[in-house]
Design a protein around this ligand. Structure first.
Ligand code: ADP
Ligand code: SF4
Length: 685
């Protein structure tokens, strides 16, 4: 299909200092969890972004010196010539597709932990480290500042030797140059502290140094947090953020601006932000500079992108998460296939990968992070070698939908059976929770793509028993029959079953099925992800008195990994949900729950109208067991394999269910020896 002329503007080249980007699609720096330990994985991932049409593809944060070490998290390094060699394949992979390669030079200052290098942590002023730990950062003296400038300059020269086209000065996300800008973190009395002009001095020098070192061939970009969302005590887009920009307006070749304070503000999940949510903070920038501007805002709609450019908000369309969910987003717009964009749902599972120090993963894109390790490409897939198989997929949640779609793309003949009238499984339920409507994109993208593949037949309202399955002449059966919430109170911290008697004791499944909820509501969350907090919000908004009990020390504790915990906890407090922290459910009956302190065991009693147990899920594997019992009849029915995937095997995240469905469809007909994932490991020099 030809490109819709409405989107032509997105494909205009943009000049950035001495280089020119082929279009306006700009993959801003984002973590991959790969870092310097997995250079081949990183190169492959970035190359695929360029192949997918991103005109600029940047690396993740790249440390300039051992005094900025973020171990055990996945960060890059440009400390020496080995690092130059290690990054060259990334640059080449990006250049192979005509895109520009950017590198985000990074010094964390008191935000680095230096666990590996054991170098003392540096900061503008002596202060406790910004990542809670027993250590403090030491104040940089003039010699340290001079050394820091030299490290940055040397790293920029190495970046140029590696072939990068855009070199960043990184004054965002609470890292060292930003710490100098911040009146909260910079308490110096010399010419690098005090007045704003003094606090800006170091960033100005960095930009000048970088220009002088590499500006003949590389563009110098500045990533600046124009608002750290700390209110008037911090840098704000109405106050000093604007002044900094005005002072340095024409100095860099490109402005990459965002809100931060923490990464959680910048990559806020869909629960707490809409597409384009940064606009109110960054919109002022273009009026102050003639240099190209890029920002982010989880853009997945080409019309929103065009609007950003036409209204003069930014020159590029900056994207991290949308480029993870769909590395081929620009190509799809270019080829008139906007309906095929796999839109980011804003769940921040990608952030959890970085926070857990493992390679990138994504709910929408099962191939991300597997480009090198398993050789998966987001758009290309091997068609079946030995002729099509006839596969029955039972269950149309994320695992079943992705499995059916991927089988269909490979040329297999697929029957997808679903008990319910609507396809989508848990997505249909969870996307009705407050702020989670965008999760429906997991279902909708797959249904759109399945609709284009006639080899996939859909059978809604078809609850299958073993007898039915054996009569369908399938060669392979994939059971993606999902899970149900536990009723016994066993959770990840509580461990033991609670002593539960009669009374209004429900699970999320009961709630979604329409069970009557009478207040006061007590939710017991020993699962620690989204469900407990989201239900608390729902019931509170319905006007119920709500208490949210958990054996953890904070509400929705695992959402620290998705950078959402602070926002969830704050929202629940603001709504008037009463947190009961460090409390294990010991028992409940007749409207009274007994909660035991996780430290002392002391019991407290709480009255409830409804108790909701959010403690974990059990595989819905009855059909599997029925079929296993009748294994002797498989051959006669032409059935060669029965496999459980997703929640039906081991209940987990939607991301894991999608991944399981994808993986089975890619691998089921290949010899096991061919599907061993590769591992990057350092070899002796
Ligand atoms: P996952 O996250 O693993 O994809 P879900 O719970 O989202 O799992 O989806 C499982 C789907 O399987 C549900 O929509 C459910 O109705 C369907 N299902 C479960 N058992 C059967 C069955 N025997 N026949 C047809 N569909 C089933
Ligand atoms: Fe978007 Fe979620 Fe994928 Fe991250 S994990 S890119 S937020 S869909």
């Amino acid at each position: 299909m030809p490109r819709n002329p409405r989107y032509d503007i997105l494909f205009e080249p943009v000049r950035v200092g001495p280089v020119t980007a082929p279009n306006r699609f700009y993959q801003t720096p984002h973590a991959t969890g790969m870092g310097y330990l997995r250079p081949e994985s990183g190169a492959k991932l970035r190359g695929i972004k360029a192949e997918g049409g991103w005109g600029v593809v940047c690396t993740e944060y790249c440390s300039i010196h051992p005094s900025s070490d973020d171990s055990p998290f996945g960060f890059l390094t440009l400390w020496d010539e080995d690092d130059v060699r290690s990054l060259m394949p990334t640059v080449e992979a990006i250049h192979d597709h005509g895109s520009l390669a950017g590198v985000e030079l990074w010094h964390g200052g008191s935000h680095a932990n230096n666990r590996l290098t054991r170098e003392p942590v540096l900061a503008p002023s002596a202060r406790p480290a910004l990542i809670p730990q027993p250590g403090s950062a030491r104040a940089m003296d003039k010699a340290d500042i001079k050394a820091f400038r030299a490290w940055h300059r040397d790293a920029a020269l190495r970046a140029r030797r590696a072939g990068f086209d855009i070199v960043y000065c990184y004054a965002g996300h609470d890292y060292l140059p930003f710490q100098f800008l911040s009146p909260r973190l910079n308490l110096r009395g010399d010419e690098y502290g005090g007045s704003l002009a003094n606090r800006v001095r170091l960033l100005r020098e960095l930009i000048e140094d970088t220009h002088e070192a590499v500006g003949d061939r590389c563009a110098v970009a500045v990533r600046l947090s124009v608002d750290e969302l700390h209110g008037p005590r911090g840098i704000t887009s109405q106050g000093e953020g604007r002044e900094i920009l005005a002072m340095l307006a024409e100095l860099p070749d490109l402005w990459d601006v965002n809100v931060s304070g923490s990464l959680g503000n910048d990559s806020r999940s869909a629960r707490f932000s809409d597409e384009g949510f940064q606009e109110e903070h960054v919109a002022f920038v273009k009026a102050l500079t003639s240099k190209p501007v890029v920002s982010v805002g989880r853009f997945t709609s080409p019309d929103s992108m065009v609007s950003q450019v036409r209204r003069g908000i930014q020159d590029f369309i900056g994207a991290a998460r949308p480029s993870i969910a769909d590395p081929f987003l620009p190509r799809k717009i270019d080829e008139g296939r906007e309906d095929e964009i796999r839109e980011c749902i804003g769940c921040n599972i990608c952030r959890s990968a970085n926070n857990e120090a493992v390679p990138l993963r994504c709910t929408q894109n099962p191939t991300i992070g597997e480009e090198w390790r398993r050789g998966w490409h987001p758009e290309r897939i091997e068609t079946t070698a030995g002729g099509p198989s006839r596969v029955l997929v039972v269950g149309s949640g994320p695992a079943g939908l992705e499995c059916a779609l991927t089988l269909g793309r490979r040329g297999h003949r697929v029957m997808l059976a679903e008990a319910e009238r609507r396809l989508g499984g848990r997505i249909n339920r969870e996307s009705t929770l407050p702020g989670l409507a965008s999760w429906a994109r997991v279902r909708d993208y797959r249904l759109t793509m399945i609709g284009k593949l006639p080899a996939i037949e859909l059978f809604p309202e078809s609850p299958l028993a073993a007898e039915d399955v054996l009569g369908l002449e399938a060669e392979h059966v994939v059971l993606a029959t999902g899970s149900r919430w536990r009723r016994d109170g066993i959770g990840s911290l509580g461990e033991e079953a609670a002593d539960l008697g009669t009374g209004q004791i429900l699970t999320p499944d009961d709630i979604f099925a329409g069970a009557e909820v009478g207040g006061p509501v007590l939710i017991y969350d020993d699962e620690h992800y989204a469900m407990g907090g989201a239900l608390a919000e729902t019931f509170r908004r319905q006007g119920h008195e709500v208490r949210l009990a958990t054996p953890a020390a904070m509400l929705s504790s695992w959402t620290v990994m998705t950078d959402e915990q602070f926002f969830i906890h704050r929202r629940l407090l603001e709504l008037g949900v009463e947190p009961l922290l460090g409390q294990r459910l010991a028992g409940a009956a007749e409207g009274v729950a007994e909660l035991a302190c996780t430290y002392t065991g002391r019991i407290r009693r709480h009255d409830f109208g409804t108790l909701v147990l959010v403690t974990g899920r059990m595989a819905e594997d009855g059909l599997y067991r029925e079929l296993a019992d009748r294994a002797g009849q498989w051959a006669a029915a032409g059935l060669r394999s029965v496999t459980r995937i997703g929640d039906c095997l081991a209940p987990s995240s939607i991301a894991d269910a999608v991944y399981a469905g994808h993986r089975w469809a890619r691998e089921f007909d290949r010899p096991p020896a061919e599907i061993v994932p590769r591992r990057e490991r350092p070899l002796p020099a």
